[in-house]
Design a protein around this ligand. Structure first.
Ligand SMILES: Nc1ncnc2c1ncn2[C@@H]1O[C@H](COP(=O)(O)OP(=O)(O)OP(=O)(O)O)[C@@H](O)[C@H]1O
Ligand SMILES: [Mg+2]
Length: 374
């Protein structure tokens, strides 16, 4: 079964490096998302797996077979890679009905009329578009068209499905609905999905593994919750999660091997790693990363903050808290609202705050954080 392996893949366009010495193993049956900001090389990577773009260097294998190798001069054409693609502009054929659109690829493969009809029926059911088979694309809503496009891609039963922002043309509600459908399809087909998105929520909710790229370079490749809770660097930490993580720049100093004292523009804190020890240079420049859900309004805490703004949504309230020269974002679950400019006590909770080196941006440790009054 297909396992996709990318080894030392580099792609340059003239002098511009789109993908740089990229290594990735996608296991059979994974749902991997390629995530990152615009221009980071997601589409280029997907197109190289598909065979639509030629890497400048490196090797790609699918299901144990080399489909590209710059050294061996191998470059298997896209139609021989047994992959299906679904792109943002999926353009259905306007002069064909839904069933003709779905069955088109199978006719090309010389399937019998009966076999095609059975497969088309199967796909109509799988994608919940039964009853629409005689309609033309213009007679369908955007979401229905998208389902037909997916059905068309799945028709030949590809073991690998490559998708490039397939939901970006849909409105917010339909997107959410199609996300659930995609996840269900992934399970039902048992295929390996590689999915490009710049939407962190989409990547978090859909994937078995998130692959985060920045300027053509791999930043982290792990399951969504590992990326969320254990971001490898400040770039990943900032890209994943909404509202975004709070960052406090400061200088650190070991109190002992198990604790670091940090001073960040008037705030004094003690960081304790959740496991192991942490050792830093005296007065090393560090960045503390604190997710909004780990800043709690507490009755018993000596540290006070002023409510700078409040955004209650019913299920949760997003607060901006002013503490000295800092503004921190906090999420409080439940329907409680707060008065602007009122003073509350706060504390940091849990043991999932991150300590980063400021210069490299890399994570040094994960742990708990305590505010101390001086
Ligand atoms: N055919 C091309 N010729 C020249 N440069 C290209 C070409 N295709 C892509 N690039 C460049 O390669 C880089 C990566 O592009 P790519 O399309 O892979 O980004 P992306 O991550 O998919 O971005 P987006 O989220 O905007 O779709 C960009 O800097 C882009 O300008
Ligand atoms: Mg793209």
């Amino acid at each position: 079964m297909p396992k996709i392996i990318l080894e030392n893949i580099t792609k340059t366009f003239g002098k511009a490096v789109a993908v740089k010495d990229f290594n990735l193993i996608i296991e059979d049956g994974d749902f991997v998302t390629l995530l990152g900001p615009s221009g980071c090389g997601k589409t280029t990577t997907l197109r190289m797996i598909a065979g639509l773009e030629t890497p400048t260097e490196g090797t790609i294998s699918i299901d144990g077979k080399k489909v590209f190798s710059s050294i061996d001069g191998i470059d298997i054409s896209p139609d021989k890679r047994d992959v299906g693609f679904l792109f943002q502009n999926y353009a259905l054929w306007p002069h064909m009905t839904v069933e003709q659109n779905i069955g088109f690829g199978l006719e090309n493969l010389k399937w019998s009329k009966e076999k095609i009809a059975t497969r088309v029926r199967e796909l109509l059911t799988m994608l919940k578009i039964e009853g629409y088979q005689k309609r033309y694309p213009t007679e369908l809503s955007g979401g229905q068209q998208q389902r037909v496009a997916i059905a068309r891609t799945l028709a030949t039963g590809p073991k690998v499905l490559l998708m490039d922002e397939p939901l970006s043309n849909l409105d917010a509600k339909l997107r959410t609905e199609m996300r659930s459908e995609l996840k269900r399809l992934h399970k039902e087909t048992g295929a390996t999905f590689v999915y490009v998105t710049h939407d962190q929520l989409e990547a978090m909710t859909l994937s078995t593994k998130v692959c985060l790229l920045r300027e053509g370079e791999l930043q982290q490749y792990e399951p969504p919750l590992a990326v969320y809770h254990e971001p490898a660097n400040t770039f990943v930490a900032d890209f994943v999660g909404s509202p975004t993580m709070n960052f406090l720049e400061g200088r650190g100093q070991n109190v002992n091997l198990d604790q670091v004292k940090i001073e960040a523009d008037g705030l004094n804190m003690i960081f304790t790693p959740v496991s192991g020890s942490v050792s830093i240079q005296p007065r090393q420049e560090v960045i503390l990363g604190i997710r909004p859900e780990y800043i709690a309004i507490a009755d018993r805490s000596a540290v006070r903050a002023t409510i700078y703004s409040t955004l209650p949504s019913g299920m949760e309230t997003i607060l901006k808290l002013q503490i000295g020269n800092h503004i921190l974002t906090s999420v409080v679950f439940g329907s409680k609202d707060y008065h602007l400019d009122s003073v509350v006590n706060i504390r940091f909770t849990g043991d999932r705050c991150a300590l980063f080196d400021r210069v490299s941006g890399n994570k040094l440790a994960t742990g708990s954080l305590e505010l101390v009054e001086e």
